[in-house]
Design a protein around this ligand. Structure first.
Ligand SMILES: C[S@@+](CC[C@H](N)C(=O)[O-])C[C@H]1O[C@@H](n2cnc3c(N)ncnc32)[C@H](O)[C@@H]1O
Length: 205
């Protein structure tokens, strides 16, 4: 329920905490909850952050990876934040990756994060299917660029497309988890699917 008498009608505890802790969005606490519970991100990791704008996951992943790691964020929209040299954000579309992104991905990555969300229509089935399509695109890319043992963290809207996406994650990772962070807004249909222990690039022959 939106707070009354506030400049931001959706302001809540997490919004205020994000401001206090210098994160650009409250979404950071969803990733923090995942990290606190499962601990996938480690110092030195190379991490790809899909759908990174306005940049709070990128801020947190940058802290987790540290200067010995590397983080690349991708979004249709620009991120208006300064990052240390081991992190950057580029404007782009998951469906049309530039050579710059492909080059960065070449050595492989330890983790792929996706908080991508479609522009919503309010029609549950349509939004869920669009979300699932983004998730499948993220998984398709992860399959290509993750190092064996790597992890995948992906937001999806519950509804059509969810079961088949989960089945795809199960085929590729040793462990899978479905996680609803406490910081997700109550009315939201979003949920996170985690894949940990990537089996390795499937043999296409
Ligand atoms: C909920 S926001 C991500 C918030 C971000 N994780 C943060 O912590 O600041 C979802 C983002 O997904 C991006 N997105 C949607 N479709 C995309 C696509 N095809 N390629 C890249 N990014 C996309 C949107 O532009 C939007 O910024």
């Amino acid at each position: 329920m939106p707070a009354k008498n506030s400049a931001n009608p959706w302001e809540d505890h997490y919004t205020r905490l994000a401001r206090k802790e210098n994160y650009v969005a409250r979404s950071v606490y969803k990733l923090k909850e995942i990290q606190d519970k499962y601990g996938p991100m480690q110092e030195g990791h190379r991490i790809l952050d899909l759908g990174c704008a306005p940049g709070s996951w990128l801020q947190y992943a940058t802290e987790m990876a540290g200067p010995s790691g590397g983080v690349l964020g991708l979004d249709l929209k620009p991120v208006d934040l300064a990052f240390p040299p081991h992190a950057r954000a580029v404007v782009g579309d998951i469906y049309d990756l530039s050579d710059e992104i492909r080059d960065w991905l070449l050595p492989g990555v330890d983790g792929v994060l996706s908080d991508m969300a479609p522009a919503t229509t309010g029609m549950g089935d349509v939004d869920a299917l669009r979300s699932a399509a983004l998730c499948e695109a993220a998984l398709f890319l992860a399959k290509d660029v993750l190092k064996p043992g790597g992890y995948f963290i992906c937001k999806i809207f519950q509804g059509r497309g969810f079961d088949s996406f989960l089945a795809d994650v199960k085929r590729l990772f040793e462990k899978q988890r479905i996680f609803k962070p406490k910081s997700c807004r109550k009315q939201s249909r979003e949920i996170y699917v985690l894949g940990m222990g990537f089996y390795g690039k499937p043999d296409v022959n």
